[in-house]
Design a protein around this ligand. Structure first.
Ligand code: FES
Length: 106
């Protein structure tokens, strides 16, 4: 399964690999703020899911603890906790997901 993430506010896209979305963004040279280094304690790495998302991992306990249990309203996720969903067959062989990075590093 190929999961392509379009970053709407900068016009770039990355393919979500085995690592977190935060790592994929960094690998591509997209500077996203992250003061906790990906340990889900700072909330700097927030991304807003603007469309798609069925092939992303479920919101986990660390995200709920930091952002609250309101994903269905805010559509905010922590890039350091977002992975592609594993072990599930998604009907489409690939999904395009659009997100907006809230805190880009200048
Ligand atoms: S990098 Fe700090 S919460 Fe994701």
């Amino acid at each position: 399964m190929k999961v392509e993430i379009q970053i709407s506010n900068i016009g770039e896209s990355v393919e979500l690999e085995e690592t977190s979305l935060l790592e994929c963004l960094r690998k591509k040279g997209i500077r996203i703020r992250s003061s906790c280094g990906g340990h889900a304690t700072c909330s700097d790495c927030v991304v807003k899911v603007k469309s798609g998302g069925k092939s992303l991992s479920e919101v986990n306990f660390k995200e709920k603890k930091l952002l609250g249990n309101v994903y269905y309203i805010t559509k905010e996720r922590l890039a350091c906790q977002v992975h592609s969903k594993k072990g599930e067959s998604i009907d489409a062989a690939s999904e395009k997901i659009e997100v907006e990075v809230v805190n880009l590093d200048p």
